[in-house]
Design a binder for this molecule. Sequence first.
Ligand code: PMP
Length: 345
Amino acid sequence: MTNVYNNILGLIGNTPLVKLNEVTRNSPATVYAKLESFNPGHSTKDRIALHIIEAAEKKGLLKPGATIVETTSGNTGFSIAMVSIIKGYKCILSVSDKTKAEKIAYLKALGAEVHICPASVPAEDPRSYYEVAKRIAAETPNSIYINQYFNELNIEAHYLTTGPELWEQTEGKITHIFACTGTGGTLSGSAKFLKEKNPNIKVIGVDADGSILKTFHETGEINLDEIHSYQIEGLGKNLIPGALLFDKVDEFVRVNDEMSAYCTREIALKEAIMGGYTTGAVLQAFKQYAETHPMKEEDLVVLVFPDHGSRYITKVYSDQWMEEQGFVNNGVHNNDEVYKTEIVK
Ligand code: PMP
């Protein structure tokens, strides 16, 4: 029997590459998108949830009926909840009270126990979602805390899967990889594998305007003045994640909320690929990078598209939300390409 699986977890990984034809048409390079939304939990985080949980099982840290704890309202929570169901574990997630009801409903639909914590308290306050998760993990016997920002297994998951997939899918012809950095796991693990195969492959990290990662990479310093709030979820950070291997990254490109939003919609409208907000961020980073690093015809670029657009219907795909952000002028890019967001009435 082919294409038949024992359970949903068998579908994790081996995501497709799809050529981008319209949104990168100004570039001589061949550009592919790695569609991580083809994972069963619709994001790249399925890979790390499965790998971290199975590593703990191998070490004997998880007995039947164990509990998995993490702080997340996003993709990682969904993936952990999915893996927990199949493996018979309890999943407890602590999230901030800024989390949309819709997201909490997603997590509960997959059986997660969700603890809602005040966003307005400092990280070290016992009521913060970090401290609540730590306390639950410490108080619950037979439990693990995933701790994706500081867990080396996050990098290893991508070193063992995403990196080799990219090498094989491009038959070793890949010249550039672009990936968003939140924890840094996707970029670091893939880059570690790819640079072992060919050290000339260029590794470009995508950072957010309002995050400290790009400057830290360039200067080794944390510039607290750069921190400000922004709308793109899952991209950039106000701390230095342990899962980010800065020495594997050639360059960071910083993108803003507005241009990333236009790019997200542009990909949906021109390529019929509905990605999340960071999907637009990675395309925007490619466009900015190409302005200062002219690409060649023989270049083979992969943009990692982290998740599916269905989770962003009330955000970047909502005209009302776009207007609330003041994103009404539509994007102007590269001086020669004016991209107009179509308004659907
Ligand atoms: N995009 C989205 C939507 C995410 O949730 C994340 C994870 N924070 C990323 C991109 C970045 O992935 P990573 O954590 O592997 O750097």
